[in-house]
Design a protein around this ligand. Structure first.
Ligand SMILES: NC(=O)c1ccc[n+]([C@@H]2O[C@H](COP(=O)([O-])OP(=O)(O)OC[C@H]3O[C@@H](n4cnc5c(N)ncnc54)[C@H](OP(=O)(O)O)[C@@H]3O)[C@@H](O)[C@H]2O)c1
Length: 232
């Protein structure tokens, strides 16, 4: 989706102070006519990422806006703050992600959701719904807009390790005794990413807003392994 000459398109990337999100932002700023908003939870990290990108690309139109995907209040505030800028939105990358494969470290978001499901799926679900009108508007004006979701092949029982991820609506937050396993919680949240993508793509047919998800492959040098157990 290279921008046409003269028309700068706006892209929001969640979790872009490091790892895959950071590198995706640099690519968009380097090669394509994009303005990129880094949607990150920690202001110091977000500002440092902006600074580092500006050093590499002095003319880059890049900025930071605070977003904690593990807080629905923060997600709503982010959407309000973005709308207050008056900018259009052409691409939303639902990329930020949390993974902790330790089985004894179950945790919840401030809204009481299991932390993987709350961060990786529900936070992005709400964010996407709140920004969908902006994407549809851009698609009408320019002919296309995109939503890109970073999932993981671990959602697939054929490639995953440990028990196959499932969406158990009677135990969505893995609260039943003995059902919480870190990797299973992560994989299940990534399965939710895939199901969300498929259903949203179906609902957006004919709007020129496309929705796709991807697995980047195993990239151990990002921060994604910071909570990995020794046996992962
Ligand atoms: N690396 C791999 O092998 C691999 C494989 C398959 C899928 N993925 C997926 O790729 C995506 C990017 O991961 P990565 O490998 O680049 O790992 P990463 O370097 O750890 O980056 C993850 C990003 O998500 C952010 N994040 C975590 N919790 C957040 C929250 N509550 N609110 C907002 N941002 C939050 C992190 O912010 P902080 O720095 O503040 O924590 C960080 O910017 C994730 O969705 C991950 O599941 C990665």
């Amino acid at each position: 989706m290279a921008s046409e000459e003269g028309l700068q398109k706006v892209c929001i990337i969640t979790g872009s102070n490091t790892g895959i999100g950071y590198n995706a932002a640099v690519k968009l700023l380097q090669n394509l006519n994009f303005e990129v908003i880094l949607a990150c939870r920690t202001p110091e990290k977000g500002e440092a990422a902006v600074e580092s990108m500006r050093q590499e690309l002095p003319n880059a139109k890049v900025s930071f806006m605070q977003l904690d995907l593990a807080s629905l209040k923060s997600v709503r505030k982010f959407a309000d703050d973005f709308h207050a800028t008056g900018k259009p939105l052409h691409v939303l990358c639902d990329n930020g992600g949390f993974g902790n494969s330790n089985d004894d470290q179950a945790a919840k978001t401030e809204d009481g959701f299991e932390l993987h499901m709350g961060t990786n799926h529900l936070g992005h679900f709400l964010l996407t719904m709140l920004l969908l009108g902006d994407l549809k508007k851009s698609a009408t004006e320019t002919g296309e807009a995109r939503i890109v979701v970073t999932t993981s092949s671990l959602h697939d029982p054929k490639t995953g390790r440990g028990p196959a991820p499932t969406i158990d609506f009677d135990n969505l937050m893995l609260e039943k005794e003995g059902t919480y396993k870190g990797l299973f919680a992560y994989s299940t949240s990534k399965l939710a990413n895939v199901l969300f993508t498929k259903e949203l793509a179906r609902r957006l047919e004919g709007t020129c807003v496309t929705v796709n998800c991807l697995c980047p492959g195993f990239i151990p040098l990002t921060g994604s392994m910071r909570h990995a157990s020794a046996f992962t």
